[in-house]
Structures are given as structure tokens and as C-alpha cells.
Design a protein around this ligand. Structure first.
Ligand SMILES: O=C(O)C(=O)Cc1ccccc1
Length: 302
């Protein structure tokens, strides 16, 4: 669904429907400089980024609940780092509400619907206030809220609640906020990656331009099972870069425990040679690790 129709604005795909945290984070970053396109899942956001829709935003990590698994699963696919690239990161403060159909009381609630991240960020509150409720995963928080309004079989909306932003009650008629700030901590932030089609497309107007100094790498042991397994810690130290975070997901090759590593890296201060761009320095580091037999690709720079 688009909420603006100016044809000259570039399009940006986000995890919809309207009212998700992805939507709010995107609005905070890009305001009215892009045309927003809601997609039903995080995977659909990545698939939508193309020559026609050059930008996307996907949740990457939450300060209470950790990495967004669906996003890291997507970062495993070869298309990321070839056509689609990570071009930036932004942090958004997340405050969850318990939202119900108007009139539903806490004692009526048997099921709580939300994105798995939101369910994880509110587990303490749920254990204390709704210990017997069953938890239902949805593709997004605002999708959970919308489902309270549909006549879905197996879901009695008068016995359900959604965890989402209180913003949804201003978008979808018939809902109300029962409880506010139910996340397990006063501080709760989600970090999002900005995606673009191609590496050299300029980011939308208004997005803070900065000197590139970060990158996301995907690192994996070689595919040939007869070769000795790559020493991952040694490969990481051979990069000789600041490693700001490491994530790990099972390999798409299907070899048990042969994981894919994701590294956010930056240059070591003072080691930058001024005549070499960050991308060239990174390429040299990647080549060093490739010579050790690793499969490495840069999934983006910012
Ligand atoms: O479902 C949403 O609203 C999202 O944007 C994903 C998400 C879920 C919970 C916290 C932050 C982002």
C-alpha cells in the first residue's frame, strides 16, 4: 500500500502494514522524501528492493531481545551482496502497548498476537499479567492488530490482544490501548538496516550523508567438505579490522553446524591510509581472508 503518490519520489519497501515500527523508523529517517510501500514480511521487503523500488528497511537487532532471526536468514541468500546491499543503519525507540478490540478486558484475553520480537521483548510482562495466554506469532506487530479486526476462523477477537505500537489505534478503527509500556525495560531500541538496489544509488534526500567507515561481511568456511575446516577466529583476526558485532546462522548448504558468520566491521583508527578509500581497504582485508580459503562477501558499506 502506498501512502504517497508523487511519481518522482523513489520508493522504499517496509514491513507493513501501516503502523509497524519499521514504518515509523522509516518515516523518522526519510520523512516525505520517499514513497512508502508496505510489504507483508521482512523477506518480501528484501525481494521487493529492485530497480523499480530502490530502497528498503528491515529490522536487524533489538536491545532487549537480540538479533532479528528472519533478517539474518535473508542476509544468507546470494542476492544480498550482489543486487541488494546494506547501505545504512538507524536506531528507533520502541514502546509496546497491549491493544485490544474496544471493550475487551485483561481477564478476557486468552491469546496474544505479535511479531516474535515483540513477544520476546515483553515476556516478563506477559508472564506476570497473562501467564495462561497462548502466544501467536504474526508477520508484524501491526499485522497482529489488524487481525483483531478480521473475522478469522480459530481466532475470537474478543479473547485476543495484540502487542504493537499505540500508533495503530489511530490508524485502524475499533481498537483501543489496554496497557502501555509493557516491554521488559524502560529502554528498548531496535536497529534497522537500510537496503538499496546496487551500491552506488544515492540514498534518499534528507538521509544523513556520512563518510563510509563501516561494512557488513558474510564469512563462511569453503564448500568442499574434504578441505580442513576454516579456523573462523583466525580468519576474523586476519581481517585486521575493528569487529563491532558478530552474528551466526546455520548454513544454506545444509552441512550440519557449518555456519555463516556476519561481521560488522570498521577501520582501526589511525590505520586508514588516506589515499585508499574504505571500500579498497576492505577489499584488501577480504582478499587476505579469501587466501585462507574462506568464502567472504561484502553485503554493504555505510
Ligand atoms: O513488526 C514490526 O512492527 C516491526 O517493524 C518488526 C519489529 C517488531 C518488534 C520490535 C521492533 C521491530
Amino acid at each position: 500500500m502506498s501512502i504517497s503518490s508523487s511519481p518522482e519520489k523513489p520508493q522504499l519497501a517496509f514491513l507493513g502494514p501501516l503502523g509497524t515500527y519499521s514504518h515509523q523508523a522509516a518515516l523518522e529517517c526519510f520523512g516525505d522524501s520517499v514513497e512508502y510501500l508496505a510489504r507483508p514480511t521482512i523477506a518480501d521487503v528484501q525481494r521487493t528492493v529492485s530497480a523499480v523500488v530502490p530502497f528498503g528497511i528491515i529490522p536487524q537487532e533489538n536491545s532487549l531481545n537480540g538479533s532479528v532471526v528472519e533478517t539474518y536468514n535473508i542476509l544468507r541468500i546470494p542476492e544480498v551482496g550482489q543486487g541488494t546491499f546494506v547501505r545504512g543503519a538507524t536506531v528507533f525507540a520502541v514502546k509496546h502497548s497491549l491493544v485490544v478490540r474496544r471493550g475487551v478486558k485483561l481477564e478476557n484475553i486468552e491469546k496474544v498476537l505479535s511479531h516474535e520480537q515483540a513477544l520476546g521483548q515483553c515476556q516478563g510482562w506477559l508472564a506476570e499479567h497473562l501467564p495462561r495466554a497462548s502466544l501467536v506469532r504474526t508477520d508484524s506487530t501491526a499485522n497482529a492488530a489488524k487481525r483483531l479486526l478480521s473475522a478469522e476462523t480459530g481466532l475470537d477477537p474478543m479473547k485476543c490482544a495484540a502487542i504493537c505500537s499505540s500508533v495503530v489505534v489511530t490508524i485502524y478503527e475499533g481498537l483501543e490501548v489496554l496497557e502501555q509500556n509493557i516491554q521488559d525495560g524502560t529502554e528498548n531500541f531496535t536497529r534497522f538496516y537500510i537496503l538499496s538496489q546496487g551500491l552506488d544509488v544515492g540514498l534518499p534526500e534528507g538521509y544523513p550523508q556520512s563518510i563510509e567507515c563501516m561494512a557488513l561481511l558474510r564469512l563462511q568456511a569453503p564448500g568442499d567438505p574434504v578441505k580442513p575446516t576454516l579456523n573462523i577466529p583466525r580468519a576474523i583476526s586476519t581481517l585486521d579490522l575493528i569487529v563491532e558485532r558478530i552474528d551466526r546462522r546455520p548454513s544454506v548448504h545444509g552441512r550440519p553446524f557449518d555456519d555463516i558468520y556476519f561481521l560488522e566491521v570498521g577501520a582501526i583508527p589511525g590505520q586508514n591510509s588516506p589515499e585508499l578509500s574504505w571500500r579498497k581497504q576492505l577489499q584488501q582485508a577480504v582478499d587476505r581472508v579469501k587466501r585462507m580459503g574462506a568464502e567472504v562477501s561484502a553485503l554493504g558499506y555505510w
